[in-house]
Design a protein around this ligand. Structure first.
Ligand SMILES: Cc1cc2nc3c(=O)[nH]c(=O)nc-3n(C[C@H](O)[C@H](O)[C@H](O)COP(=O)(O)O)c2cc1C
Length: 198
């Protein structure tokens, strides 16, 4: 599929066929996601890929699936065949930027608070986008849900310095209920993109 078509086809899907997805396919999506850029090549992003029914159900609870089904959505998290949980550690970045090629070793070590823009959030966002696009490229679809992040960390056994940013269900798309947010429509391109200066 052409890149532009992958981008155009991508949308957040909220209903999936429960049929399992081959491990090879999930591994290809993970391998694509690993190619995300990272500040200082810190590579502080990680994924946990969940296919076990009990753990999927637990993650669905933590992503507040019931609040969607109450509003007429399908059980789009617990029923999806695979859940990708992307996570990132600020500590990996702080440690990386305390290495001698990034910081004068005679200076006191840098801390998390020094980052005006905490680039770990940007990097894990790049990882998320690659998962969403790689799923489409495999003929599948993906969605995204936030929720109880501490609970998600515990549910998938992440080390304490990693923050999971949400759950990405991946599977074969079925007809779904559209988010009411979509009624807003896309902003015009000239509102989004400014040339030479705002
Ligand atoms: C950071 C982020 C958080 C989101 N959180 C949720 C969420 O908790 N639940 C949900 O159903 N969709 C969530 N979405 C999906 C957005 O609602 C969706 O991307 C937006 O409505 C545009 O639709 P589209 O991605 O299908 O084009 C989230 C998207 C992003 C980027």
């Amino acid at each position: 599929m052409e890149f532009s078509e992958v981008v155009r086809r991508r949308r957040m899907v909220r209903h999936f066929a429960p049929d399992p997805i081959d491990r090879d396919v999930l591994e290809r999506i993970a391998a694509t996601a690993q190619r995300a850029p990272s500040a200082g090549f810190s590579q502080g992003q990680r994924l946990v890929i969940v296919t076990e029914p009990d753990r999927k159900r637990r993650l669905a609870e933590l992503a507040w699936e019931a609040s969607y089904t109450e509003r007429g959505f399908d059980p789009w998290i617990s029923e999806a065949p695979a859940l990708f949980v992307p996570a990132v550690s600020a500590k990996v970045y702080v440690d990386r930027y305390n290495e001698p090629d990034k910081r004068d070793p005679s200076e006191p070590p840098g801390t998390e608070d020094e980052w005006d823009v905490p680039y770990w959030w940007m990097d894990v966002g790049c990882t998320v986008m690659l998962i969403l696009l790689a799923a489409v490229d495999e003929g599948l679809a993906a969605g995204f849900a936030g929720g109880d992040f501490d609970g998600m960390r515990e549910a998938v056994g992440l080390p304490l310095d990693f923050v999971p940013v949400g759950v990405i269900p991946v599977g074969r798309p079925l007809k779904d209920v559209k988010s009411p947010s979509l009624k807003r429509g896309w902003r015009p391109l000239d509102e989004f993109a400014h040339w030479e200066s705002w």
